[in-house]
Write a protein that binds this ligand. Sequence first.
Ligand code: GAL
Ligand code: ZN
Length: 689
Amino acid sequence: MNHPFAAPFLLHGGDYNPEQWLDAPEILEKDLEYFEKTGINTVTLGIFSWAALEPEEGCFQMQWLEDVIRRVWDRGIHVILATPSGARPKWLADRYPEVLRTDASRRRALFGGRHNHCYTSPIYREKVRRIDQELARRFGSHPAVLLWHVSNEYGGECHCPLCQERFRGWLKERYGTIERLNHQWNTAFWSHTYQDFSQVESPSPLGEHALHGLNLDWKRFVTHCTADFLDWEVKALRESGSRLPVTANFMYDYTGLNYGKFRSSLDVVSWDNYPTWHKGPEADTAADCGFQHDRMRSLLGRPFLLMESSPSSTNWQPVSKLRKPGILELASLQAVAHGSDSVLYFQLRQSRGASEKFHGAVIDHYGGPDTRILKETAQVGQALSRLREVAGSSVPKQTAILWDMESRWAMEDAQGPRNQGLPHKETAMGMYRALRSLGLSVDILDMEDSLEGYRLIAAPMQYLFREGIQQKLEAFVREGGILVMTFWSGVVDENDLCFLGPTPGGLTDVLGLRFCEIDGLYDWESNRMVPVSPAGEEPGGVSFARSYRCSQLCERILPSSARTVMTYGEDFYAGEPVLTCNAWGKGQAWYLAAAAEPDFYRDFFTQLAAPLFPERPVSDLPEGVEACLRENDAYQYLFLQNFRREPAAVSLSRAGSDPETEWTCVFGSFHGVLDGWSTAVLRRKRRPS
Ligand code: GAL
Ligand code: ZN
């Protein structure tokens, strides 16, 4: 982070593609009028504009962009400027076929689509560098421009000969000798031993895909290549003198890249959120979005940007459902509540033709001022302007969930105890929703993150232990932290080789137990978790008044020093431990051996976490209500949001209340009750520390 981004206000606006309307100046004029009406203060330009900016090789035409920037800036509207590398012009593909991507079956693509170029191709790199430099020279210190939006949703992978060569070089650097690679990938299996790096090929459905070490390294390599391409673009911008901060927009739960590896290149994280509202209960959708927002915020531990969202529906999901009135504001403010300094849409004006012509947009084909969406976006605009002072405020560190992409890659690739689906997300979400229902903020971390400053960390199904994570977790517990680790953790090492000896590898002392066996359950099967500790002897102060259902995966574990809190109720392992607690240093290490029903997480974390955070302003939220805290030096902001249609009662804790630091409502309305689908924001002065 070299050029930190500080949003001067909450950004409101989104992707704008005037290049599709250059022959219709009256439309562009109308847009400006609507921007003003809807409180749009930021437009993102240039994302897919390469063909308009460089219609022929080396011949740049940037005047139209300059005109648009000037015209929006005349009205005080800021610009996020994209580099156009997300889609390439036809001349480039025709003249230099090496820029076209090759898929895992070794087929080279024809021209078309987007996000489909080879990141290794020296020609692609050179052409991108040229146009990025041109843009940077021309606009890189323009007062309207706030930020670089580098490319668009980096993703995918290329298996062309150039990428194969580069992969081999990367492996050579990683392993040094082919013997070492053979050992780490366990290639003796099925006689897949390599004699030389030159023989290695990327995984393919037509060839090698059984070596998990290869698959994992390929994914790491794809991330490396892509992050390196981002760096290449950033370098081009910097070389041309631009000091503007940089972002790259990320995608929802995207598993093609390890976003954690991008953070050193970015000044601010941004992402694109397209939830399927009304497909299920809104509270579920909200929890899912909340998790993603929190992951994005945690990447840099600073405010992020919501770069794209639909003002109404999408047109690429199986069903394009309209958002019912009120959801736009609720969903938009949810992003802000979780730490976003923006609400940006895709897109401001709907395309007239091609594949996104029916995607929701602020201004639609009808083009008149009297549309529901214009009204609702204007409302969001007003809300963001009232909440302007929230920009830049941070979210306090309280609890965290480990959610590591490399571990997930390896776990999902492994053929193991349940190939018809692992309860990874359910377990993490069960924990997440439990912590959130207690009014706590949750950071979503990976194994590279520092664990300092948290009081409770949950580690659901951390199958692969990356180098050093055991030491960090041990220190965390020793210093007084509470760790909750689950089944199917610490099974393999950094290279996807199974730990030999007792597991979770390297943590058996801290957890006070070892893993014995894991039972995969059919969908129709379940077991029970039965409380056992006699009253007055509850380890960690935790006790349960009932049993809970568990399913999918049940581990048999053998405690050494850990104390058993619950046991299995059924099957041949009935009576064996399923929940244990081990005292370690000043802290506690808990182990949950099976995938539990959601109520369990709520009852468990209520007992575990509640005493750790007596100062939190709300402590027990009804289902579907979220509370989020943001703070700056002067104030704390409490966002209360009700994702249910019915009103909900919320009580604020009185702990340490004094008139100087009373909550006052600065947005929406709140008198102990929140209306259905509504947001209230309360503010209080911070106590001098
Ligand atoms: C995003 C993409 C946008 C637009 C949008 C439609 O993934 O970045 O360019 O296609 O989806 O929902
Ligand atoms: Zn390639």
